[in-house]
Design a protein around this ligand. Structure first.
Ligand SMILES: Cc1ncc(COP(=O)(O)OP(=O)(O)O)c(N)n1
Ligand SMILES: Cc1nc(C(=O)O)sc1CCOP(=O)(O)O
Ligand SMILES: [Mg+2]
Length: 291
């Protein structure tokens, strides 16, 4: 298991054309999520998206199509729980391809952690119109609960999140916030992406105390590993959003520790053991850089 530092804004789009529109705004992490497309089109779009991301020093994450990631040397994939059943995890790791995994309940989190992923995603935080979900909204408090379980492993929040709610998700313990419709359905997607970048860049994350790990895994408490948070100006912190969803367990943020802040630069490795072509910087002793 590695602990990368993820950029705090993570748009998810369904074409290379969207990548072309968004990466020039400064987006540093972007997912290509195309559904039900012929393999040849998928491969062509993925290659185009990869070239764009390389040009703009952004990380491309390819959803679902892990064999294409191996073929095209895309260094990051996102896998759902169903994908986990068929994906060749060893092959991905052998090719040094980082893996993000979706989770929606504790059983899924356990399955995700079993493959030592590079991030886990929790969703849907709020009701979403972009995907038919078998799970109800998790709510903000669930982010804190997940972070307590995953420790230093990066946590992505996704599902129904608008720019104005991004800071609350980060403060609750998410390391990155993913979104589709708030960007792609906006009348000015590039402008909206810039708003997201500003809203997520310098969020002052409150300290959260992470009690000794129980149950799901036994990773060290990140409060012992991560360093200080950076400070946001008032206009950069979004409004707090209360928990609105159903959860299968109820504990909430109960204290004070520190997740630290994830910067959005690439290739800032602080762990010399991390391979040179690791997709993202290591988070355990990450640096805090001004933009
Ligand atoms: C960042 C992020 N989180 C969750 C998902 C959903 O993945 P999955 O459950 O496999 O569903 P599909 O996206 O494949 O429909 C995601 N893509 N990205
Ligand atoms: C693709 C996806 N996965 C989710 C999960 O919970 O796993 S929610 C989701 C849709 C996210 O889109 P929007 O930002 O428009 O709500
Ligand atoms: Mg999937």
């Amino acid at each position: 298991m590695s602990a990368f530092s993820l950029p705090p804004f993570y748009p998810v789009v369904d074409s290379a054309q969207w990548v072309e529109r968004l990466v020039p705004t400064g987006v540093k992490l972007i997912q290509l999520r195309m559904k039900d497309k012929p393999l040849a089109i998928m491969q062509q779009q993925a290659a185009q998206a990869l070239a764009l991301c390389q040009r703009y020093a952004a990380q491309l994450v390819l959803n679902d199509y892990w064999p294409i990631a191996i073929t095209l040397k895309i260094p990051f994939v996102h896998l759902g729980q169903e994908d986990l059943q068929t994906a060749d995890i060893q092959a991905l790791k052998h090719h040094n391809i980082a893996i993000g995994v979706s989770t929606h309940d504790h059983a899924e989190l356990e399955k995700a952690l079993a493959i030592s992923p590079d991030y886990v995603a929790l969703g849907p935080i709020f009701p979403t119109t972009s995907k038919i979900m078998a799970f109800g909204p998790q709510g903000i408090a669930r982010i804190t609960e997940w972070k307590k379980h995953v420790g230093p492993l990066p946590l992505v929040a996704i599902g129904g999140i608008a720019c104005e709610q991004a800071a609350a998700c980060l403060k609750a313990g998410a390391d990155s916030v993913a979104a589709i419709s708030d960007i792609t359905q906006n009348p000015s997607p590039e402008e909206r992406a810039r708003e997201w970048l500003k809203a997520t860049q310098l969020v002052d994350k409150p300290a959260l105390s992470l009690p000794p790990q129980q149950g799901l895994d036994s990773r060290p408490n990140p409060s012992a590993e991560s360093s200080s948070a950076v400070h946001a100006s008032p206009e950069q912190s979004g409004s707090e959003q209360s928990d609105s969803g159903h959860n299968d367990s109820g504990h909430n943020d109960s204290g004070h520790g520190d997740f630290g802040h994830n910067d959005s630069r690439q290739e800032i490795r602080s762990n010399p053991n991390e391979p040179p072509n690791s997709p993202l910087s290591h988070g355990a002793h990450q640096k805090h850089l001004t933009p």
